[in-house]
Design a binder for this molecule. Structure first.
Ligand code: ZN
Length: 647
């Protein structure tokens, strides 16, 4: 009964004008409303087991107004729907015309009116609990408060953001006024920032105001500059509301600058970009996300050495695509500063000639360039493939036209070229395929305009990483069975294209490769699996291309029949393939129903390289260098799979 004694002391102390806690050991009572500590100059006191607290600070924190009738010594507390009257030192109170008897009357301490806290809070619709350990009265009005109001970029789109301490319910207000957009949010306006000016293409000003206390309602009004209207969305916990705008592409200009071509793209607000090269014909593609095409729909391209034409289009609902049709290899640099994007094309050093001479079983390779080129030479793991990467370099017209150089001099079979995008640069990769296991080394130093290297058969032939492995490559569909169809292209042809390249890459790594089909013929599903089983193959890999309704889904996935071994293979292939082709990673997928992976006794997977129904994936699936990268990625996955078994 310590509390009673303390309460009695509190009343006594109250009359001699000292704070209740001054002589007592107990901690003073704290009041929390909606999670916030409420401070008052007069602390709460306990009378007859009831906590009394200053009427004004509590009422106002619960959204009510307080009036004082001095003549009658009455305290009046009111909201839109509630009227409470208390008389000082009188246990009778009136709530909405009903008389109620209190355990403790309202009283005056140090010129402050104290009223029974629970009675007042509950009359105002709040929930009251007592935390004895903390000596804390916790009041929860159950009403959400707006805690933040700002203008920022969310997921690449400019947005007015309204933050609440709980879920925010809203309704759109029909303003009927040109250039005004409004919503009502069921919450108290707790934030201090409730007006801000915006320097944006769409928005002039955003204003938040309280239009009702009970129920608590805040109105958010946007003064729009254009006819654009924002989209409303909520975060998953509904605590954040977003009024989002699509940026508009304002201008695109191209001008010549000292031999370079400079293209400036101006968006109304900051945006996200992605760019890549496509070949046949050569194009640089720049996608600008979260943006709509404005009035600018075409670009005047001045006569220049690099770009034939610049095209603009609304590629998808929120993406504008800018396509640069390239005349020839150019160095290009894409940079972005918020809403300004710049693309600069300049002269690239080109490799003009490659000459191979054979001296006593050693092949000497001389590579001429029209400028000093930075380069790197790497020896393939299996010693049958060598790579020279020339940075920021292009290919001279004669070489570009000849494509592959067939050497067949006993040391080198052939030389192939491919352009690769690496960050901001356009690099050239020259691959030397050796006739047998070989050694290669550079005879020149980088950078140089004359690159010299030698290759000769190894004294001790290295083993290929897949030597001794029997692998079945299964290009999906074929013959009368076409697979998916998109943009007039049949899936079977894409699968065969990648499958043939995969077979070649696997062979280059020493594998013994069999194909279920190497041309456009029909082969049954069980026949495919049986072929691999009869061969007692070490591994089976099926190549497919995905398709679905809608153009959004994209990326790569690897399907497997659920056994531990097949899952390991799927993981290795998916991982290496993604790192080689860099498409959206859809992961590995357990698929017990697929005949070719279920019926094959050895580790087997089915790869869906990309989506024919996605424009970006489709363009890549049709691209020869992409197919080569996919084949190399799958092969690397297979090498990784076998090597983790021997580790
Ligand atoms: Zn298929």
């Amino acid at each position: 009964m310590l509390k009673k004694i303390f309460a009695a002391a509190a009343i006594f102390l109250l009359f001699i004008g000292l704070p209740a806690y001054a002589l007592a050991d107990a901690k003073p009572i704290e009041i929390y409303i909606n999670g916030q500590k409420v401070d008052s100059d007069v602390p709460p006191v306990i009378v007859n087991d009831r906590t009394l607290a200053p009427v004004r600070v509590i009422s106002e924190n619960l959204g009510a107004q307080v009036a004082w009738d001095n003549t009658n010594r009455l305290v009046k507390v009111a909201t839109a729907s509630k009227n409470i009257t208390l008389k000082i030192d009188d246990k009778k109170a009136v709530v909405d015309g009903q008389e109620i008897t209190l355990d403790a009357p309202a009283t005056i301490v140090n010129d402050r009116t104290l009223v029974p806290l629970r009675f007042l809070s509950e009359s105002l619709g709040a929930d009251v609990t007592w935390d004895n350990d903390q000596r804390r009265v916790v009041i929860n009005s159950g009403k959400t408060k707006i805690t933040g109001f700002s203008y920022e970029v969310v997921d690449g789109k400019p947005a007015v953001v309204i933050m609440g301490d709980g879920p925010l319910n809203y309704s759109e207000v029909n303003t009927d006024i040109e250039g005004k957009f409004a919503i009502d949010v069921e919450a108290n306006l707790g934030t201090k920032e409730n007006v801000f000016d915006v320097d944006s293409e769409f928005l002039d000003k955003a204003i938040a105001g309280e239009i009702s206390v009970d129920p608590p309602t805040a109105r958010i009004v946007l003064n729009l500059k254009s006819a654009a209207s924002p989209k409303i969305s909520s975060s998953s916990d509904k605590k954040n509301l977003y009024l989002t705008f699509d940026t508009v592409l304002k201008d695109v200009t191209a001008k010549k600058d000292d031999g370079d071509l400079k293209v400036n793209i101006e968006a109304a607000d900051s945006c996200t970009i992605n760019y890549f090269l496509l070949s046949n014909p050569d194009r640089l593609v720049l996608d600008i996300k979260n943006i709509k095409l404005g009035e600018k729909t075409s670009v005047d391209t001045p006569d220049n050495d690099f770009v034939e034409n610049i095209r603009l289009g609304q590629f998808s609902d929120d993406t504008v695509r800018v396509v640069f049709d390239l005349k020839k290899d150019a160095a290009y640099q894409v940079s972005q500063n918020s809403s300004d994007i710049s693309v600069v094309f300049s002269k690239i050093d080109t490799i003009t000639n490659i000459e191979v001479t054979n001296q006593g079983g050693v092949a000497f390779i001389d590579i001429d360039a029209d400028g000093k080129i930075n380069y790197e030479f790497t020896e393939g793991k299996n010693k049958k493939k060598f790579k020279l990467t020339a940075y920021n370099a292009g290919l001279g017209e004669d070489l570009a036209n000849s494509g592959t150089i067939n050497v067949n001099n006993g040391v080198i079979d052939r030389i192939e070229f491919s352009k690769i995008k690496d960050g901001n640069a356009s690099n050239l990769e020259i691959t030397f395929y050796a006739a047998s296991y070989s050694t290669g080394q550079l005879l020149s130093n980088s950078p140089s305009s004359l690159i010299r290297l030698e290759m000769y058969p190894s004294q001790t032939a290295a083993e290929g990483l897949l030597t001794g492995k029997k692998i079945v490559v299964d290009p999906g569909h074929g013959g009368s069975e076409c697979g998916a169809l998109a943009n007039g292209v049949q899936e079977k042809d894409i699968n065969l294209g990648i499958g043939l390249k995969l077979a070649k890459v696997l062979e280059d790594n020493g594998a013994e490769v069999y194909m279920t089909r190497d041309d456009d013929t029909y082969v049954g599903l069980y026949e495919r699996a049986n072929m691999a089983n009869d061969l007692n193959a070490d591994l089976f890999i099926s190549i497919h291309s995905n398709a679905t309704t809608g153009s959004t889904p994209s990326g790569t996935e690897t399907l497997y029949y659920p056994t531990a071994e097949k899952k390991l293979l799927a993981q290795a292939v998916q991982k290496a393939l993604i790192s080689a082709i860099n498409l959206n990673n859809r992961g590995i997928v357990e698929r017990p129903g697929l005949v070719v992976t279920r019926e094959t006794k050895m580790p087997s997977v089915l790869v869906e390289v990309g989506f024919m129904t996605n424009p970006n994936d489709f363009a890549l699936l049709m691209d020869d260098s992409f197919r080569q990268r996919a084949a190399e990625g799958i092969c690397q996955g297979i090498i990784d799979y076998f090597s983790q078994k021997t580790d």
